[in-house]
Ligand binder design. Structure first.
Ligand code: AR6
Length: 164
């Protein structure tokens, strides 16, 4: 079972083995947490991402962390919320599960996640938190996972999902 804890803060400051990036399918960088991670990692991250030739929604690909304190960045494009009938829940579950698989493959013990898809991609926060918490908790590996909530609403929603 993966162990899960919650903090509020900036994921680019996470000192551990890997941080997860809420990316886009082109892996070309963007706004939100993706922009923050690219700024903090430095331009080499963009060069490394371009060599990966994109990533389908729900899958996950790894790069080094370059100037970040974390050793690796695991890039996963979340689903863009439409109305919930376009496999959004399954795709969001895949994001968490495939990111954790990449972490294990790279011998990571400590991994941090942002709240995937609940910013620019518009996934309803409470539902996304339930999916994140249950997928991480059911993942069978000795990983220490930290959810890094940037804003208070996200922190409170995760807290609720974790105590439900
Ligand atoms: N640390 C932790 N969480 C953060 C940080 C940070 N430094 N900055 C923002 N967040 P979003 P998405 C939170 O929009 O919805 C990009 O353009 C933010 O408050 O970053 O998956 C990509 O290239 C929110 O709670 O990701 C894609 O095109 C959460 O991270 C698209 O956005 C996710 O918000 C992906 O959209």
């Amino acid at each position: 079972m993966a162990d899960l804890k919650l903090i509020q803060g900036d994921i680019t400051k996470f000192k551990g083995d890997a941080i997860v990036n809420a990316a886009n399918t082109g892996l070309v960088g963007g706004g939100g947490v993706d922009g923050a991670i690219h700024r903090a990692a430095g331009p080499e991250l963009d060069v490394a991402c371009r060599k990966l030739h994109g990533c389908p929604t729900g899958e996950a690909k790894v790069t080094p962390g370059f100037n970040l304190p974390a050793k690796f960045v695991i890039h996963t494009p979340g689903p863009i919320w439409r109305d919930g009938s376009f496999e959004e829940p399954k795709l969001l579950r895949n994001c968490y599960e495939n990111s954790l698989k990449r972490a294990v493959e790279n011998n990571c013990q400590t991994v941090a996640f942002p709240s995937i898809s609940t910013g620019i991609y518009g996934y309803p926060l409470a539902d996304a938190c339930d999916i994140a918490v249950s997928t991480i908790r059911h993942f069978d590996a000795p990983l220490q996972v930290t959810m890094v909530a940037y804003d208070e609403a996200t922190y409170n929603a995760f807290k609720k999902a974790m105590t439900a």
